[in-house]
Write a protein that binds this ligand. Structure first.
Ligand code: CU
Length: 142
């Protein structure tokens, strides 16, 4: 019985991170891309109003074939992108995806390609719990 209780305790401690509860997704935008582009970049601020760290495990959208989280790292003096499996948001903190840093890569936009002023709905998943949906607006930037 003790073993089972321990297992349940571990489950209780480790499961809440896999809920999106308390996450607020703000100021999401997608950089306008040239016609025919196979990938677009997206940026957003994710706030965590809960007292537990949150972990986003997947992001999907009906407007894109696949979405990845990337970070930009400098290796041997060169800027490179690396895909992240998950995106962590600290308790009572926030994670910002911005040009030059972490960002979303939105692959294979559905036709017609989203352009300035269009919006795309993105769904953020934290494990199997209820996802959080946010609208991203396409902007042209110099
Ligand atoms: Cu990237």
């Amino acid at each position: 019985v003790k073993g089972v209780q321990l297992m349940l305790l571990i489950a209780c401690i480790s499961t809440p991170a896999l809920a999106c509860k308390g996450l607020e997704i703000e100021d999401g935008w997608i950089r306008q891309a040239p016609p025919g582009a196979n990938v677009m970049a997206g940026y957003v601020r994710i706030k965590n109003n809960s007292d537990r760290p949150r972990r986003i495990t997947a992001i999907t959208s009906p407007r894109f074939g696949a979405i990845e989280v990337h970070e930009t790292v400098i290796e041997n003096g060169e800027s490179q992108m690396r895909a992240l499996d998950t995106l962590n948001v600290p308790a009572h903190g926030e994670t910002t995806l911005e040009p030059g840093g972490k960002h979303l890569m939105l692959f294979r936009p559905t036709a017609p390609q989203p352009t300035t002023g269009d919006t795309a709905s993105l769904r953020f998943r934290c494990g199997k719990s209820r996802p959080v949906t946010a609208k991203f607006i396409v902007k042209a930037t110099p």
